[in-house]
Design a protein. Structure first.
Length: 344
């Protein structure tokens, strides 16, 4: 079983050429599932390259089928279905309804959430004859189905890098459909545009054995629809000095939304050769949210990117939250030894 993206980040050591490649946002895709501590379901970490992008809005070009789900309904099994969460999701999310049918399988893009840097999309996959999609395929203890696509690409022209997760789960075991979820965070702002989504080769891992992949349907599903949304992100004051285990870094950017967060900081690196530079100032930096009720949300395992420059290293940490958050309930964010109040 291959390492997850986050596991692999712990072991990164880069040559100059590899670091320049990171600047261009090209990252190799990971395969196997790795648990995160959320209610349902387990997110499967992947790294996605320049073609991955945000998709949002009502579908055009592909035939829509059935009744549109609200964003709150579509994302209840992903980000929580409490009334407060549903209200936020319906405010910042959109139903899509674009679909394509190939070889008796219909895949529908149900709904989208997005902000400046991140997006989430939920698809429903169902057989047109009403029979179960993958009879006998059971979820693991965290609710994940052992399924994958041979290829999965969402493109609206973002030319930088992305990291994120994707997974399958069954929102309603009583029906004949399963859900596929994409969660992506970019290294730069995502722009409105036309989304082009291609999903090919629906596969299953019998008995959860990820060394034994079997193809259910070898078809290719395509969607094309427009993207536009109201960004709910807030930007906190930056420019402060942050102590990172004895190294003074400069905080460049901090953004929060109900969906995700992004922190960017610059670390001085005056060593003679950057060939020996490691990941020390990326993965080891503690980041957390403190809620107004006193609870905390640990964000230290977030993914992101590094960008070596002359005498400095620019680090970007970002991720999608485990559950939709009301920014009214967030008291502060802490990066290293610096705490910033959140006043939406």
């Amino acid at each position: 079983m291959l390492k997850s993206y986050r596991e692999s980040m712990n072991d990164l050591r880069f040559t100059r050429e590899e670091k320049n490649s990171m600047v261009d946002g090209l990252m190799a895709a990971m395969e196997s599932p790795k648990p995160k501590h959320k209610v349902l379901p387990l997110r499967r970490m992947v790294a996605v390259g320049a073609a991955a992008a945000l998709v949002l809005a009502l579908g055009v070009g592909a035939a829509a089928t059935g009744v549109l789900k609200s964003a709150g309904e579509a994302f209840a099994g992903v980000f929580g279905g409490a009334p407060a969460q549903t209200e936020i999701i319906d405010r910042i999310g959109y139903p899509v309804g674009a679909s394509d049918t190939v070889d008796g399988i219909t895949i529908t893009a149900d709904a989208i959430l997005g902000d400046t840097y991140s997006y989430a999309i939920v698809y429903t996959i169902a057989r047109t004859d009403g029979e179960p999609l993958a009879e006998g395929i059971a979820p693991n203890e965290l609710g994940y189905l052992p399924m994958t696509f041979e290829e999965a690409d969402s493109d609206v022209g973002h030319m930088g890098g992305m990291h994120g997760t994707s997974y399958f789960y069954d929102a309603d075991p009583a029906d004949n459909a399963v859900q596929y979820v994409e969660l992506r965070t970019a290294d730069g702002p995502l722009q409105p545009g036309t989304a082009k989504v291609t999903l090919q080769g629906l596969c299953v891992f019998p008995d959860g054995d990820y060394s034994n992949k079997q193809t259910l349907v070898s078809g290719k599903w395509s969607f094309k629809f427009q993207f536009a949304f109201e960004d709910s992100s807030i930007q906190l004051p930056a420019g402060q000095t942050v102590n990172l285990d004895g190294v003074e870094a400069t905080l460049d950017r901090v953004e929060l939304s109900p969906l995700s967060f992004l922190v960017e900081y610059t670390v001085p690196d005056t060593r003679a050769s950057d060939e020996v530079w490691s990941n020390d100032h990326f993965q080891t930096v503690p980041i957390s949210l403190t809620m107004k009720d006193g609870s905390t949300v640990d964000l230290s395992n977030a993914g992101g990117s590094v960008r070596p420059q002359d005498q400095v290293i620019v680090c970007q940490r970002s991720d999608i939250f485990e559950a939709i958050l009301s920014l009214d309930e967030v008291a502060s964010i802490t990066i290293g030894d610096l705490t910033l109040p959140v006043n939406p």
